[in-house]
Design a protein around this ligand. Structure first.
Ligand code: GAR
Length: 190
């Protein structure tokens, strides 16, 4: 059995999409959802899907080994950041080398870095009249959005698109590609 842990800070629609993709697969399990946000919609999703859910605060995340210990105790094979907004501490990166990936809603290295998340990314892309945007799936290191790129996919940005139109296109790309990339990584086909 391959075990996935998903970190999310908000809605968690990618987390649910990943769960749906693997639910009929008896070789892959979403074993744990983790969040820093006690009011995040992802908690409702985890409860509905009967996925164990861990809520943690800044002190636990950065100053204790609680989360690393939990992930180790669950024998997690891959850690997936899906809309998770905090920087990953060095102890977690070191505990899971090349086993932590993130999805970013733009074509990195453009529109990355601290404070660039969700709709803020799409607003900047639209404000700059970009002709295209897309998604980037990358390994995670101790800096925001700087790990090696694993996969990118593009979409067109039309002059008439606003940030919410673009968000829809980006989410569609995420739902299509993220689980497939995760599956390839789990079975070392990438
Ligand atoms: C996704 O679009 C993801 O790429 C983005 O947050 C959204 C979460 O949506 N992540 C970042 O911006 C990270 N910098 P979801 O909660 O519905 O899956």
């Amino acid at each position: 059995m391959k075990r996935i842990a998903i970190f999310a800070s908000g809605s968690g629609s990618n987390a649910e999409n990943i769960y749906d993709y693997f639910k009929a697969n008896d070789k892959v399990e979403v074993s744990l959802i983790l969040t820093n946000n006690s009011t995040a919609k992802v908690i409702e999703r985890a409860n509905r899907l009967a996925i164990p859910c861990e809520i943690f605060d800044r002190q636990q995340f950065y100053e204790t080994t609680k989360i690393v210990d939990l992930l180790k105790s669950k024998n997690v094979d891959l850690i997936v950041l899906a809309g998770f907004l905090w920087l990953i501490p060095e102890q977690l990166v070191k505990a899971f080398p090349d086993k932590i990936i993130n999805i970013h809603p733009a074509l990195l290295p453009k529109y990355g870095g601290k404070g660039m998340y969700g709709d803020k990314v799409h607003e900047s892309v639209v404000a700059n009249n970009e002709k295209e945007s897309g998604i980037t799936i990358h390994y995670v290191n101790e800096k925001y959005d700087e790990g090696n790129v694993i996969f990118q996919a593009k979409c067109e940005v039309l002059p008439s698109d606003n940030a919410s139109d673009l968000a829809q296109k980006i989410h569609a790309l995420e739902y299509q590609h993220f689980p497939v990339v995760i599956e390839k990584l789990l079975f070392a086909r990438i």
